[in-house]
Design a protein around this ligand. Sequence first.
Ligand SMILES: Nc1ncnc2c1ncn2[C@@H]1O[C@H](COP(=O)(O)OP(=O)(O)OP(=O)(O)O)[C@@H](O)[C@H]1O
Length: 227
Amino acid sequence: MIKATNVSLKYPDGTIGLKDININIDTGEVIYITGPSGSGKTSFLKLLMGMEYPTSGSLKVLGQAISKENSSNIRNLRRSIGPVFQDFKLLTGRSVLENVVIGMRFLNFSNNEMKSNAYMAINRVGLKHKTLSLVDNLSFGERQRVAIARAVARNPKLIIADEPTGNLDRVNSLNILDLLNSFSDENTTVIITTHATHLINDKIDCKRIRIKEGIMTIEEKCYESSI
Ligand SMILES: Nc1ncnc2c1ncn2[C@@H]1O[C@H](COP(=O)(O)OP(=O)(O)OP(=O)(O)O)[C@@H](O)[C@H]1O
């Protein structure tokens, strides 16, 4: 589903975002990416979404090459991705339902499908009782859940969450990670960046990746707990 071969990213001002990345990610995997601030985590996610192109090497996501020449197909690729952004990107003055439905615009869903997908996703993230509430009145953690519902209602093949635990306390952070994890299945891959290494130490069935100064290391395959 994702194959990076010797991928580097250099920004126009000369800053090195990523250096010589090599990784294969299979469908259905859960990937945690950790690393210090400024190490290249978001840069990697931007490449996966085709928001940046590798300056060298080759990157394929869901069979599509991430390159300038392939930009028209990358627009289609984005339809298969459910992004959860650091700043949520929710529309204020709109309800939870409206925000989730907005995430499905331009995908080939009928109005009925949009509504039923939205209700299902809102239910799944535990916000059924807030369906018609304005997002403005929600807590930080609830907004994070709306952002996740909006991403998953699209039925994406790839869910990408950038620092979803950012400003949450430990319990809420663990809940959000478990929630995101629960969307991985034989068709859906989940990739999460986090500063909070201590929250993912006991995670099972996942792959942990560390990025430092643009260099990626696959730390270890998370393994089944023997308990
Ligand atoms: N558009 C850009 N132009 C120039 N440099 C950039 C650009 N975007 C990111 N960078 C630089 O690339 C490096 C990696 O940034 P990136 O946002 O990927 O880090 P990060 O690991 O996601 O950090 P954080 O955890 O703070 O979000 C940093 O030095 C950053 O300043």
